[in-house]
Design a protein around this ligand. Sequence first.
Ligand code: FE
Length: 191
Amino acid sequence: MQLRVRALETVLAEKGYLDPAALDQIIEAYETKIGPHNGARIVAKAWTDPAFKHRLLQDATEAVRALGHESRVGDHLTAVENTREVHNIVVCTLCSCYPWEMLGLPPVWYKSAPYRSRTVKDPRGVLADFGVTLPKDTEVRVWDSTAETRYLVLPMRPGGTEGWSEEKLAELVNRDSMIGTGLASQPGKAS
Ligand code: FE
C-alpha cells in the first residue's frame, strides 16, 4: 500500500497536479496543530461546562462550530458519552472515516482490516488488546463511521481531578480515549 501511494504521489507531482510541499504542510498541520488537541480541548470543556456538554451531546457539529472548529463540507459530528453503564467504541467498517478535525490523522490500526472486522464481532476482545477491561455489566456500543457521520467519544472524567482547569484536564485526554479503544489517562500518568 505504501508503495502504491508513493507511486501515485510521484505521478501526480510529475504531472503538476500536486505540490509535494503543500501536501507535507497539510500532513504536518493535522499531525501537530490539529489532532488530537482539538478533540482533547472539546472533551475537557465538556467535563467542566455542563451546558456545553449538553450541547455537544445534542449536536456536536454545532457545539464545536461555536468554538471555531469548522467541519469539512458534508461532515456531521456526533458525540457519544462513556459512562459506567455504557462504553462507546468507534470503527469504520467500510474504510477509515475518522473525525480528522478533532483527532488529526487516523492511526494505522484504525484503517486495518482486523480492527474494522473484529470491533464489530468482538469489541471486548479488541478492547482487551488495547489493555482495556470493562466491568462485565458495562454495555459496549459500537458506532460505524461513514463519510457523512463521524463520532467523537466523550471519555469518563478520571477521579481525583476535581477543580482542575480545562488546560490541565485536556492533558489527560488521549487520542484512543476519544476513539473508545482507551480510557482517559489517570492523573499523574498523562502521556
Ligand atoms: Fe470510512
